[in-house]
Design a protein around this ligand. Structure first.
Ligand code: ADP
Ligand code: MG
Length: 529
């Protein structure tokens, strides 16, 4: 098959040097995304580039790696300026750039409105190499004379179409005019309205246009759907789906090696038979994992695209995309792993809000529809597990050959109540089964009323928390109905909330990455004094 013989570019092939390569490797990147492959060599050559690509296609590293490599340690002052539409994006880009610049020891700073300008002025005085900012706040600093752009050699307009939509065009032009005319200018945008083309022709030098526009692709006829989930909630979401669907053998794709390692660890901790495979593993390690998978001792193989390429894996019931792949071709390769040899398969993609555009692009290019599905709630999963337990018991009954056990049953029935006996037998039976999503933990006496567990939340009146905030957060995070949540007591710095015993562990687990009123919270069983 084509996918097995295809040769892919490496980051080194693009002309990147050791200090950048090492940083990208630490970040878990195995190979360049299409937009990176096309832009990095040009940027390293000092060309102006207009890059068109959807969100989630790796544009930050596409300009970040060249910024780091072209940075001159002998020059003091800001050498690169990145303009981004929002504070969140500015922070994200700054974080990614400081990771890429780790070995070059590049200092980055994000500058945006809403943060104390005095603090920003102080950090700027301290000396920084790369500034990432929103246009408005960058202009403020320029007017105050607190931002010296005389050493700037690269200017990046990131998400240019969004900046224009937000009315930043005058600010952008002002900033471009005030930076040295010798600068290299890069513009990234998901769409190319005329206004962007005009900016390009006015302020850029013979810009190269790069569009990561893939050719038409055909996808295999398999069921495809997606769940929209927050990034921090993806692991839980995957577990719920694994519990709900009849997953026998599945591959789950992650974007990075790090992502693979983290997910495998999380899944193993929760009792799933998962193993990872990626480029940092030697051949012996990979062979070991693959034979376990083929023998059925592993239900879920977690892999990077690179590691999965060329693997001959048959009879996969599900392909999971833990991250939306960076290009439609990878999507098609990935999901082609399931439904082989005429068997039905399912492809499931976990999509964060930011990855949405990329998913839509995949739909367009592949001319398929990827159906949205609501995530199963904790209650759905519990219900499903009940059903499965009943089914297993009934199946054993149907299989017969129970003579020996019938005798034992008669003896027991002489002495005990039938309902309680059956319940105990079921408990024994489910003990042998795979550990449930969140094991039902005995929290001991937490001081709650009977059948409930009292949980401690580290926010309270001082954080302006109201009962409704607590209910909403727990309900949306776990899928349990708000009306089963019990007593809520809000104190100055903390809150007690009671939840039913059988969901307490799930609530604690699901709330690990929750926020209430924008604050991340800590939740744990209360201790009886
Ligand atoms: P964009 O700016 O195009 O929306 P980002 O640069 O934010 O995309 O990248 C999206 C995600 O993909 C980030 O988490 C980033 O770290 C990751 N990423 C970028 N390039 C690669 C790569 N070559 N391999 C693996 N992950 C990557
Ligand atoms: Mg971006």
């Amino acid at each position: 098959m084509a996918e097995e013989t295809e040769t892919k570019m490496t980051f080194a092939d693009l002309g990147l040097e050791e200090k950048v390569l090492k940083a990208l490797d630490d970040m878990g990147f195995e190979e360049p995304s299409p937009i990176q492959e096309q832009t990095i060599p040009m940027l390293l050559n000092g060309k102006d580039v207009i890059g068109q690509a959807q969100t989630g296609t790796g544009k930050t590293a596409a300009f970040g790696a060249p910024i780091v490599q072209r940075w001159d340690p002998k020059v003091r002052g800001i050498q690169a300026l990145v303009l981004a539409p929002t504070r969140e994006l500015a922070i994200q880009v700054a974080e990614e750039l400081s990771k890429i610049g780790k070995y070059a020891r590049i200092k980055t700073i994000a500058i945006y409105g809403g943060q104390s300008i005095d603090r920003q002025i102080r950090s700027l005085r301290f000396g920084v190499d790369v500034v990432i900012g929103t246009p408005g706040r960058i202009m403020d600093h320029m007017r105050r004379g607190t931002l010296n752009l005389s050493e700037v050699r690269m200017v990046v307009l990131d998400e240019a179409d969004e900046m224009l939509d937000m009315g930043f065009v005058d600010d952008i032009e002002f900033i471009l005019k005030e930076t040295p005319a010798t600068r290299q200018t890069l513009l990234f945008s998901a769409t190319m309205p005329d206004e962007i083309k005009r900016l390009g022709s006015r302020y850029m030098k013979e810009p190269h246009h790069i569009a990561a526009s893939p050719q038409q692709l055909t996808v295999p006829q398999i069921e495809q759907f997606f769940y929209e989930v927050r990034p921090a909630f993806k692991t839980d979401a995957l577990c719920r789906v694994l519990d709900m669907e009849n997953v026998e053998r599945a591959i789950c794709f992650c974007r990075t090696k790090k992502g693979v390692d983290e997910l495998v660890e999380a899944l193993q901790t929760r009792g799933y038979l998962a193993e990872g495979i990626h480029g940092d593993m030697n051949q012996a390690q990979r062979n070991r994992v693959m034979s376990k998978f083929k023998e059925g001792n592993v239900e879920l193989l977690v892999a990077t695209d690179v590691a999965a390429r060329g693997l001959d894996i048959q009879d996969v019931t599900h392909v999971f995309n833990f991250d939306v792949p960076q290009d439609p071709e990878s999507y098609v390769h990935r999901i082609g792993r399931t439904g082989r040899a005429g068997r039905a398969g399912t492809a499931v993609t976990f999509t964060s809000a930011r990855e949405f555009g990329q998913l839509r692009l995949i739909e367009r290019v592949t001319k398929t529809r990827i159906q949205r599905k609501p995530l199963p709630s904790v209650m759905d999963v519990a219900e499903k597990q009940r059903e499965q337990l009943k089914e297993r018991l009934v199946k054993v009954m149907d299989d017969g050959q129970l003579a020996f056990y019938k005798e034992v049953a008669d003896e027991l029935l002489d002495e005990y109540d039938a309902e309680i006996l059956l319940a105990a037998a079921l408990k024994m039976l489910s003990g042998e089964a795979k550990a449930p999503t969140a094991p039902s933990v005995d929290f001991g006496d937490t001081g709650a009323e009977a059948g409930m567990v009292r949980l401690f939340l580290n926010v309270g009146r001082q954080q302006l928390i109201q009962p409704a905030d607590v209910v909403r957060s727990i309900a949306s995070q776990t899928g349990i109905p708000g009306n089963v949540i019990g007593l809520i007591n809000i104190y100055d710095r903390f809150t007690f909330v009671e939840v039913p015993k059988d969901v307490a562990a799930q609530v604690v687990q699901a709330m690990q990455d929750a926020t209430i009123k924008g604050r991340s919270v800590n939740i744990e069983p209360a201790k009886r004094r």
